[in-house]
Design a protein around this ligand. Sequence first.
Ligand code: FES
Length: 84
Amino acid sequence: MTEMIVDGRPLPFVEGQTVAAALVATGRLAWRTTRVGHRPRGVFCGIGVCFDCLVTVDGAPGQRACLVPARPGMTVTTGEGDDD
Ligand code: FES
């Protein structure tokens, strides 16, 4: 098992998992909130359509966690992303 860095902390993942899968595997079901109403968001569609799972990956905002493969050492920041 290898690790990526999520919000400054190591997060283990299994090769082949997406960032979203790794987060869900640790029991984290929501990792950002909407701008309006601050409603929790995590994985909804799981196939890159809904944009609910947005994270910042290695400084690039607005990445869909359900599509980004987890890589050793990558940095992920949650709690950011556009939505209403
Ligand atoms: S969960 Fe819908 S785009 Fe990622």
